[in-house]
Design a protein around this ligand. Structure first.
Ligand code: ADP
Ligand code: MG
Length: 255
């Protein structure tokens, strides 16, 4: 299988007037094309820092990050980044919000506009194209934010606790929804979360991080033998509980 991303011995620390805060130490892992990887770890362990490094917003102090064998700085691969809060602008309609990334990247043309309309239609937001974000439910806004990222055709999608601002019920539904969209679009995705269940319900593999400075504690492959392998169906199986117990134990053994 083709490797899209490789991290080798990546270190990162924040330097402030108060001193040095080591955030990540010696992270080595890779991600295959088409894979859905979840990375779990306690709050403050360095998850957002890790995604910022992969997105190229921060540069490792030591170590290498490569995309399709090329150093990140030389890569032309399109990386999409979806944040914890949907960050939709109220002064723009849903359609205009979806076009934002295309505008910024000077990619707005008849064909990309068409693609935006198609995604909004496929994922049930066509009748809300002219609505303002405040007219949509939290789940629908999150879906619009995902479409805004997908319309840029990212080869790699980074998701930073994308459901954590939602209430429990909505979180389950939106997780199911977005998980199914990403599988349908065959995207390579990295999800970071402190929510074990979310990771197990969505991922092909879970990496468990230690407390800050984060290092890899364990890697657990996830497989569900389901005809209709969706996040909600996974939650209904006995295997789900076994994975939960296993990962819970691994996380707490480390304390
Ligand atoms: P997580 O996303 O897992 O909650 P972060 O990657 O946001 O963790 O942060 C990891 C650690 O780095 C935390 O201890 C945090 O306080 C610190 N940190 C994050 N951003 C900065 C910054 N800009 N300057 C200094 N320290 C930071
Ligand atoms: Mg974070």
């Amino acid at each position: 299988m083709k490797r899209i991303l490789e991290l080798e011995h990546v270190h990162y620390a924040y330097h402030t007037p108060e001193g040095e805060t080591p955030a990540l130490t010696d992270l080595t892992f890779s991600v295959n094309a088409g894979e859905f990887l979840a990375i779990v770890g306690p709050s403050g362990c360095g998850k957002t820092t890790l995604l910022s490094l992969i997105a190229g917003l921060l540069t490792p102090e030591k170590g290498q990050i490569r995309i399709y064998q090329k150093p990140l700085s030389e890569s032309t691969t399109n990386i999409g980044y979806m944040l914890q809060h949907d960050e939709l602008f109220e002064w723009r309609t849903i359609y205009q919000n979806v076009l934002l990334g295309l505008e910024i990247q000077h990619m707005l043309n008849a064909s990309t506009r068409q693609h935006a309309h198609e995604l909004l239609e496929t994922y049930g937001l066509k009748q809300f194209e002219n609505a303002r974000p405040s007219e949509l439910s939290g789940g629908m806004r999150q879906r619009a934010a995902l479409i805004r990222t997908l319309v840029l055709k990212p080869d790699l999608l980074l998701l930073d606790e994308p459901f954590s601002a939602l209430d429990y019920q909505t979180r389950l539904n939106v997780g199911d929804d977005i998980g199914q969209i990403l599988r349908k679009e065959k995207k390579t995705a990295i999800l970071v979360t402190h929510d074990l269940s979310e990771a197990i319900s969505l991922a092909d593999r879970v990496i468990i991080l230690s407390r800050r400075p984060a290092t890899i504690h364990q890697t657990i492959p996830i497989f569900f033998d389901l005809n209709n392998d969706t996040p909600l169906n996974r939650r209904d199986t006995p295997e789900f509980k076994s994975y939960f117990k296993l990962i819970w134990k691994e996380m707490n053994e480390h304390e």
